[in-house]
Design a binder for this molecule. Structure first.
Ligand code: CA
Ligand code: CA
Ligand code: CA
Ligand code: CA
Length: 480
């Protein structure tokens, strides 16, 4: 599970979600039964397609990897999308050893410890913002790797900064001007870097949002719940074991403005339009008073529906593993929704939500379908190791003792085969049967289709030829 982290550069556990696809405006008038929305691309704009071939590309980050003999120098691996899905035969490994990346591999520079995709210069090719620590101190900086016809690799630039930027945390259009912006987080606040960025790394404008700094932990998700085209931001806050209500910053023409929304305590979420009304909906894994509760109680997912005025105060349905149609049974420590991602997996125009679950047989993935009535258990699918679960392909590198049931921590939605149905990558740091943390586990890629999740593949970093040797810290993750 994702654990809260202190607000130090070493351990920024930022939770960032797929931004709401913005291709569909708010429904107008008071039509009694809204027409099903027109299916639209999973990602509006070019969020994940570095080489512009119409297939989304997956970024795996390994900030703790040893590179050039430097412990914790870090690298990223890009697995490009293709007609048949992720092309594991031709991955691209990028570290500070590359001559086109500014800087040299440094001990614990943790290249890739924040990673956010988006078209930051507006040329139609997705780019990648990477976080790292600078050589001289614990300061952080961001490097923009520019996409182009050949993918990443043409050029990179360090983002201009006057003080610590923090790690890239989310992309979005926070002022609704049509340009992709970058949100970074440091211990004392959020930094907003407004696009378009110039090729020398300069942002069009910058702003900051102060946050309390006395040991508070934060993680963030983004998406447009107000349907105005400006990305909103939600923050999950805790201090030691105490959880606090989810915070809401509304995206406006003049940037982020914190607003009261009376939201519950949560530690994970995603924004996606699950009922197709043009407003992103806030899907949360609820917490009680303490961030230490989930291992001891059943978990609940709440959908806070979006609307013009922000998150709804009364339209807040909940789902548990006991809800009608949801496979599995509620249990203490079921961790339902410990990780969430969203996309339109069956391309019916309604966003669907994938949730991680803990079961007696290990970790499983549950897909909840969106629809006119919102997110329900109807036609839900579950993949895992239990007898009643749909099976998952084996780890091709089974010698590392990890399989789908070992605790993976990350989900990521993308459209790797360009068919308009969202695909889901599963992976991240894993714990093996001996309880060893931070192993470089496999990545499982599930393909979306009209019938829901279908085809699956699994690969490991070793399998695709990326370095899988010594590492420090939390293994691998995905770019946000
Ligand atoms: Ca591509
Ligand atoms: Ca670009
Ligand atoms: Ca909605
Ligand atoms: Ca759907």
């Amino acid at each position: 599970m994702r654990t809260p982290s202190p607000t130090t550069p070493m351990a920024l556990a930022t939770v960032v979600a797929t931004a709401l696809a913005t291709g569909c405006g708010p429904a107008s008038g008071n039509a009694p039964a809204p027409e099903p929305p027109t299916p639209r691309p999973v990602d509006a704009g070019e969020k994940d397609d570095f080489n512009g071939d119409g297939f989304d590309d997956l970024v795996i980050t390994v900030p703790g990897a040893e590179v050039g003999g430097r412990v914790g120098a870090g690298y990223i691996a890009v697995v490009y999308g293709a007609q048949d899905g992720l092309d594991t035969g031709d991955p691209q490994v990028v570290s500070e050893e590359a001559d086109w990346v500014p800087g040299e591999p440094g001990e614990l520079s943790n290249f890739g410890s924040g990673a956010v995709t988006g078209d930051f210069d507006g040329d139609g090719f997705a780019d990648l913002a990477i976080g790292r620590r600078t050589e001289e101190s614990t300061a952080t900086e961001a490097v923009l790797l520019w996409g182009g016809e050949a993918g990443l690799g043409e050029a990179a630039s360090v983002v201009d900064r006057s003080k610590d930027l923090g790690m890239p945390t989310a992309g979005g259009d926070f002022n609704g001007d049509g340009h992709q912006d970058l949100l970074t987080f440091f211990g004392d606040g959020l930094r907003l870097l407004y696009g378009p960025f110039s090729r020398d790394g300069g942002a069009a404008d910058t702003a900051s949002e102060a946050l309390p700094n006395a040991g508070e932990s934060f993680s963030f998700i983004t998406g447009d719940v107000t349907g105005d085209g400006a990305t909103d931001v939600f923050g999950f806050e805790s201090f030691e074991e105490m959880a606090y209500p989810t915070r809401f910053w509304r995206g406006t023409g003049s940037g982020l403005q914190e607003a009261s929304a009376d939201l519950p305590n949560a530690d994970e979420g995603v924004v996606a339009d699950v009922d197709g009304d043009g407003y992103g909906d806030l899907v949360l894994r609820l917490l009680g008073m303490s961030v230490e509760d989930p291992p001891h109680v059943p978990s609940t997912i709440m959908v806070v529906h979006g609307g013009e005025d922000g998150p709804s105060t009364d339209r807040r349905p909940t789902l548990t593993l006991d809800s009608e149609g949801v496979p599995g049974e509620e249990a203490d420590g079921d961790q339902f929704g410990f990780e969430l991602t969203a996309g339109d997996v069956d391309s019916d125009g309604y966003a669907d939500v994938a949730a991680g679950v803990n079961t007696p047989d290990g970790r499983a993935l549950v897909l909840l379908k969106g629809g006119q009535a919102g997110l329900t258990g109807a036609e839900a699918q579950r993949y895992g190791r239990s007898e009643s679960d749909a099976p998952v392909p084996e780890n091709p590198d089974a010698g590392n003792g990890l399989d789908f049931g070992s605790p993976w921590t990350r989900l990521r939605t993308l459209d790797a085969n360009g068919d308009g149905a969202a695909d889901i990558a599963v992976g991240g740091p894993q714990i093996d049967s001996a309880g060893v943390n931070g192993l470089l586990g496999p990545v499982w890629a599930f393909s979306g289709a009209e019938a829901g999740l279908t085809g699956m593949t699994a690969f490991t970093l070793a399998f695709i030829g990326a370095p899988s040797g010594p590492k420090f810290g939390n293994g691998q993750s995905f770019a946000d």
